[in-house]
Design a protein around this ligand. Sequence first.
Ligand code: GLA
Length: 343
Amino acid sequence: MNEAVAQAPGRVNLLGEHTDYNDGFVLPVAIAQQTRVAMRANGGEEFVLHAADLGQTAHFTFDAPPADHFASYVFGCLALVRERGAQVPPLDIEVSSEVPIGVGLSSSAALEVATLRCLRTLLGLALDDVEIAQLAQRAEIEYAHVRCGIMDQMASSLAATDRALLIDTRSLQRRDVPLPAGSAVLVLDSGVPRTLAGSGYNQRRAECEAAARQLGRASLRDVESLAELDVLPDVLRRRARHVFTENARVLAAATCSDAADFGRLMNASHASLRDDYEVSTPELDLLVKLLQEHPAVFGARLTGAGFGGACVALCRAHAQDEVAAAVLPRYAAAGHVGRQLVP
Ligand code: GLA
């Protein structure tokens, strides 16, 4: 058994936030930043995982799982591959990553997908890219204890950087969606840290499940009209309204060739995430507003789970750096340190 290496990208979601665990639609695009994983059998008794960027090393076995959080993603992938019947010998594993951590660009999915791709090569596993995404999601839920949907892992495993990927998270059917002509993606970090597991993410998920239950629907994907939501108590009604309107926005954007129309859908998504889903913060609202005010921006919104992290904007092609250079100082003047993440 030789050495295997693999990589997988982070992603930015253009539209379709908090819809994936409601069986809905999402529209992510891969980013250029990659996570790389290298592995080889070490002939020893234990796994040795070294994360260069974190300056951390974890030692573990299948009977003595790692305590470090970052190692739990890798451990989950190893354990799930073994559960499928593969022989997984003790390995030396090297991880390095360009994907910014904790800003909503799916550094954890990139790590899981790169790890599984590496195991596929090393052990000759018969796994297609959708199965990789499904195993990666299970690693995150069962071993890192975040009840995420499948968007991030599908995007890391299957999306490209030059076009968006429309995914039906119920059927996993997907279709490429070109960016509107003359537009390009800009991502800015708000500088507000975000911890997904500790945030309201699992609570939002539980609220959606409660709303679907009260409506007698298998999931909020199955809601057919806004009027149907009138029977729900206020908070659940607003959560469900976000999911319903967000799914409609994704489907509209997927057939939208005009950048200005696409941008308006992004702006409406942000308002819905702020007012109905309540996952924005004052800093994200400010950064989004500054982006939306710039003449070369078609639309902007928070991206990822929210509660901090990054904003995505659809800009006039080639204007991204100019927009960032105009917006970040205005954001700084309000006392916040943002930075450009993409491109
Ligand atoms: C996180 C989760 C995804 C998705 C988004 C919100 O990124 O991992 O599954 O739910 O939040 O859209």
